[in-house]
Design a protein. Sequence first.
Length: 58
Amino acid sequence: MAMHMIFGMESKHITHVISNGHLVVENGRLTMVNEDDIMPFVRQMTRKLIKQLEKINK
């Protein structure tokens, strides 16, 4: 049941996350980093991941 809940959720369902006693997501926004600052890196890593997945699926 717990796994079904986790995999059935979408990011819009996550409003707050506490990790190791720290509030890391509040009202759906990261609290520890500036999302605008990390987005170029995230996009780059996403492209790399997609390329790797495409290799696997060939």
